[in-house]
Design a protein around this ligand. Structure first.
Ligand SMILES: O=C(O)[C@H](O)[C@@H](O)[C@H](O)[C@H](O)COP(=O)(O)O
Length: 260
């Protein structure tokens, strides 16, 4: 393993948001320098709301601009439901963030799942994988796509994306996107990026807030326990950053870093 992940703790979400913004913008700028585009994957849960709080803030300087027209947004996991369904991660991101991007600020390219394949999650996953193959192929004719940034959440059981503790999907080594039909978190039918793709990203950031997270944060950071979030920590080391509030890490022994 490389160095340890960065753990950034903030008093509350409103203190976390500007730091998350500057982190995402630095990943954006690195992507633009590298290949003229910013490829980001996002999860569902509470993340879209926090992300909106971060990204819809007015820019503090020229270097602090979100270059929306250069963003390509993918889904780190998605539920097998129509795109306007209340369980859809796409619908959530649209409501919280995409619909609120100011007019004239430029629009991102967004890659939702193809809803015509909802009845068969294997096909849904295969189609999303093909979309990744097409989107990443010009850049790397490689074995795995390289996201500039993956923004993820952590469930109270230590899951991330739709990779759940103890599930066979954690052992997937060849697919980029996999189906799951027995997700313990509802709804049960989903697709998810696999662990090799998640850990191959240039940067991975988790956002975890609220006192409900503190028991699992202790296990992730102190024991590991083979939990999906801990596996990502171990594989990505210093490429991984956690943005948390103090309630989520109360009593967790792990060195916090100051965010500059
Ligand atoms: O579609 C999903 O269910 C999510 O992608 C899932 O992995 C989520 O990120 C975590 O469950 C954390 O959710 P919270 O941020 O709401 O705790």
């Amino acid at each position: 393993m490389g160095k340890q992940p960065n753990l950034f703790a903030f008093e509350d979400v409103s203190a976390l948001a500007p730091a998350l913004r500057s982190y995402v913008i630095s990943c954006q700028n690195a992507g633009l320098t590298r290949h003229g585009i910013f490829k980001i994957g996002v999860s569902g849960g509470s993340l879209p709301k926090t992300l909106a709080q971060a990204l819809l803030l007015p820019p503090s300087s020229n270097d602090d601009k979100v270059r929306w027209d250069k963003w390509e947004i993918f889904f780190a996991d998605e539920r097998a439901v129509p795109l306007d369904h209340e369980d859809s991660n796409y619908a959530l991101l649209k409501k919280e963030l995409l619909d609120r991007i100011p007019a004239g600020a430029g629009q991102p390219t967004v890659h939702p799942i193809d809803a015509q394949y909802l009845s068969d999650t294997q096909e849904l996953a295969d189609q999303y994988e093909q979309l990744l193959v097409r989107s990443f192929a010009s850049r790397d004719s490689v074995k795995l796509p390289i996201f500039d940034l993956l923004l993820l959440g952590s469930g109270p059981d230590g899951h991330t994306c739709s990779l759940f503790p103890g599930h066979a999907l954690l052992r997937e080594t060849s697919a980029w996107v996999a189906p799951i039909d027995d997700s313990p978190k509802p709804p049960p039918r989903r697709i998810t990026l696999t662990l090799p793709v998640v850990t191959h990203a240039v940067k991975v950031a988790f956002v975890a807030t609220g006192g409900g997270k503190k028991e699992i944060m202790k296990r992730i950071f102190e024991q590991g326990d083979g939990l999906p979030c801990a596996l990502v920590n171990e594989a990505t080391g210093e490429r991984c950053s956690w943005f948390v509030d103090t309630a989520a890490v109360e009593g967790v022994s792990f060195p916090r870093r100051g965010f500059l």
